[in-house]
Design a protein around this ligand. Structure first.
Ligand SMILES: Nc1ncnc2c1ncn2[C@@H]1O[C@H](COP(=O)(O)OP(=O)(O)O)[C@@H](O)[C@H]1O
Ligand SMILES: [Mg+2]
Length: 150
């Protein structure tokens, strides 16, 4: 499948990328974010939320809660997972992850930890920072070609 590459150079640009993607979702997609600490996963989700109509200020890393549920005024749901502390299938089952799939937009930080459990039908986003500066390369796979990202 086609991979789209987008470069951002600030947290604001990453948020704006998230907003553009969020605003063209149907509302039941699963988005798996890959990329280590400080890559901008949470910044991206902040924008994604805004694109769905959720207040971006509500967004924080659900490191301890594991999932945060957000409802947009229009009723759209955003389920924001952080899999950092999920280390086994038992852990994952107890988060209720599988029950959330398809009920709203599900976005997962630290997807590395649940790679074998991700649904085949998903949007995959890998974030890298090859120069160890503010540049972030987003490799997006599974997004429908309709989305204008430029
Ligand atoms: N292009 C960029 N996109 C997103 N964040 C960036 C970018 N450049 C620098 N940053 C910084 O990287 C950090 C990203 O934090 P965060 O979104 O919490 O990452 P993660 O959730 O992947 O750990 C922030 O401190 C932010 O200021
Ligand atoms: Mg985070």
């Amino acid at each position: 499948m086609e991979i789209i590459e987008i470069i951002t150079r600030s947290p604001e640009e990453t948020e704006s990328l998230g907003r553009r993607i969020g605003s063209c979702l149907a509302g039941h997609e699963t988005i798996a974010l890959f990329g280590g600490l400080g890559m901008g996963k949470t910044a991206f989700v902040r924008g994604l939320a805004a694109g769905l109509g959720v207040d971006a200020n509500e967004i924080s890393s659900p490191t301890f809660a594991i999932v945060h549920e957000h409802e947009a005024p229009g009723g759209a749901m955003l389920y924001h997972f952080d899999m950092y502390r999920v280390e086994s299938w038992d852990d994952l089952y107890s988060t209720g992850f599988f029950d959330y799939l398809g009920r709203g937009v599900v976005v997962t930080e630290w997807s590395e930890n649940i790679e074998g459990a991700l649904p085949v039908e998903r949007i995959t986003i890998e974030i890298a920072s090859p120069d160890h500066d503010d540049t972030r390369i987003f490799r997006v796979q599974g997004l429908s070609g309709e989305v204008a990202l430029t």
